[in-house]
Design a protein around this ligand. Structure first.
Ligand code: FE
Length: 212
């Protein structure tokens, strides 16, 4: 194969639709780079000052299982085709920054690598982006079954005044769990995150336990 053919093969390989799943890099301390859009109205942070930059999973600990994660309503605002990303922060976004971390586990509490998670949420004013993909994104768990989402705390909206984040979770080859995560002030059985206030963001932890 001459050089031109090799280059062409590499380019075609990079454009393959299956690339997102087959070449997904594990989230590690070395390749996770927190975003820092200046428009987020939280104290300025960046990769050089981000408190957990050395290990974003430092507070996660070992997996704990307290029963299967319940299903919860999908709601009217899901959109398929969200971009693959760990950070939903972007230009023009305001709100209180939060980092959501956790495991995706099977019913034996074993971490599931390469599980798909698709998040969508309201912005800090309670609005969904139904024309684009602001505050929407999917990702896959790393080899230790962990995920990490950098975003802002969701706002309340008039028709549903309870703070929540929507998510779909699927183990490779498994069924899709559609559910929502809630916060301690308005707790929902089996779906309430743990929140720890860090210096410059809210650290939010939730482990999904799938019926696998
Ligand atoms: Fe909602």
């Amino acid at each position: 194969m001459n050089r031109t053919l090799i280059v062409l093969a590499l380019v075609l390989g990079a454009c393959s639709p299956s690339r997102a799943q087959t070449s997904y890099p594990a989230m590690t301390a070395t390749n996770y780079i927190p975003q820092n859009p200046s428009s987020v109205e939280t104290p300025t942070t960046g990769p050089e000052t981000f408190p957990q930059a050395a290990d974003p999973f430092a507070k996660l600990g070992e997996p704990l299982c307290t029963g299967l994660t319940p299903e919860n309503a999908e709601g009217p605002y899901y959109k398929a085709g969200s971009p693959e990303r760990n950070s939903l922060l972007g230009e023009g976004l305001v709100g209180d920054r939060m980092i959501l971390i956790g495991y995706v586990l099977d019913s034996d509490c074993t971490p599931i690598p390469k599980a798909w998670l698709d998040f969508w949420q309201a912005d800090s004013n309670g609005n969904y982006d139904n024309s684009g993909f602001i505050l929407r994104g999917h990702q896959y768990t790393d080899e230790q079954g962990r995920y990490l989402l950098e975003t802002v705390l969701p706002g309340l909206y008039a028709s549903r005044p309870i703070q929540h984040i929507h998510v779909k979770v699927q183990a490779p080859g498994g069924g899709i769990l559609t559910t929502q995560l809630y916060f301690p002030d308005q707790a929902v059985q089996g779906l309430t995150v743990q929140v720890e206030s860090m210096e410059k963001y809210q650290l939010v932890i939730f482990n999904f336990v799938l019926d696998q």
